[in-house]
Design a protein around this ligand. Sequence first.
Ligand code: SAH
Ligand code: DHB
Ligand code: MG
Length: 224
Amino acid sequence: MPPEDDSRWRLTDEYFERHLCGEDPALRDVLARNAAAGLPNHDVSTLQGSFLNLLARATGAQRILEIGTLGGYSTIWFARAVGATGKVITLEANAHHAETARHNLQAAGVADRVEVVHGPALESLSQLALANAPAFDLIFIDADKPNNPGYLERSLELARKGTLIIADNVVRDGQVIEDGSTDPRVVGVRRFIDAVGQNPRLGATVLQTVGAKGWDGFAMLLVD
Ligand code: SAH
Ligand code: DHB
Ligand code: MG
């Protein structure tokens, strides 16, 4: 992609952010703390966070499951959406990320409704199913992409008719169409998309995005 286009994507994101998102010191502090703690900037963008927040509110989600917390940036958008009566459970394998997220959630004033579960997400998901966790209204898959097929399978055990499942990073600069790719992240996403396409229980689409995070996209699945 020519760098010129990429910079126009970023400037266009900035334009919409400036007009629609307003000042948000709490979220700005989170990104600063993540950078200081050495976390990668793999958080969703501001406009994407706002999109996830609107989806959660539009569907009246009260129970949200997130796979891949990082510093809790997307978690905070979800926690704000469910409000004080709701619950967000977020799964994170990296102890330093989980600790940073707990700190950030506290500082953002939403720790009361969020549980950060430290450990490999496949195991945490099995634990939730074993414990007969009530179904989630919305599930956000955003961790290690090679495990996406497993995350889908286990998410379906924790879903009900009407659950919305969103998976981040399914486009990755268009790499998803490379059927000979040996990149395990691409392979994981392609297997995930195959599994979605073959599952009659799922209505699905992909929303490709450009902006502050380059060219990527969200898969959106509705469980029947
Ligand atoms: N949702 C976050 C970004 C998540 S980045 C946001 O938008 O703000 C992906 C995260 O998944 C990283 O923190 C990484 O440590 C975590 N991760 C990677 N492999 C994992 C696994 N097997 N189980 C749980 N988390 C994992
Ligand atoms: C990567 C992971 C993400 O979840 C993301 O949003 C961007 C990049 C990565 O592993 O490179
Ligand atoms: Mg992501």
